[in-house]
Design a protein. Structure first.
Length: 160
């Protein structure tokens, strides 16, 4: 059976209303909105017109998106700065805004999250060899996007 074809939206007003609803639900990057509009079947000139209207009406704000993304991924998912930065780059957020968003992450809270993540992981590692256990902890924390110097600092400070 053939899937029914999606109705193409080429009308800018209809696309703008759909895009406003899309942006009102949660903060979005320009790239996410652009992809959504292309999925709807919009043409490039119409897409850029709708995006500029969304920016003008403050439905779309890259700085606000970057800050919300960084805070959310850090607090909810326990991501480190490196992974957050990669995620924002993937969403094509400008470097200047990425740095601004990362500066908002509280240093003390950042270290305590890293500490908690490593303590939790340490309880799951049943290796008796100290070097192997520390290596696994380090690899895990790096995969979560934390910086290696901070990981080593936490490992030295707490005999994990």
């Amino acid at each position: 059976m053939d899937e029914p074809k999606k109705k193409r939206i080429t009308d800018e007003k209809t696309a703008l209303i759909k895009a406003e609803q899309f942006c009102a639900y949660q903060e979005r990057s320009q790239q996410e909105v652009r992809e959504k509009l292309y999925d709807m079947g919009m043409y490039p000139t119409g897409v850029e017109s709708v995006i500029s209207q969304l920016i003008t009406s403050n439905f779309l704000n890259e700085e606000r998106f970057a800050k919300a993304y960084a805070q959310g991924k850090f607090r909810m998912n326990g991501w480190g700065r490196i992974k957050i930065k990669q995620g924002l780059k993937f969403k094509r957020v400008p470097e200047k805004l990425i740095n601004k968003a990362l500066q908002l992450l509280d240093g003390d809270e950042y270290l305590s999250v890293l500490q908690k993540i490593m303590e939790k992981k340490q309880r799951q590692i049943h290796d008796t060899d100290t070097f192997k256990r520390r290596y696994k902890l380090q690899q895990y924390a790096m995969s979560r996007g934390f910086e290696s110097d901070l990981i080593n600092e936490v490992l030295k400070a707490s005999e994990l």
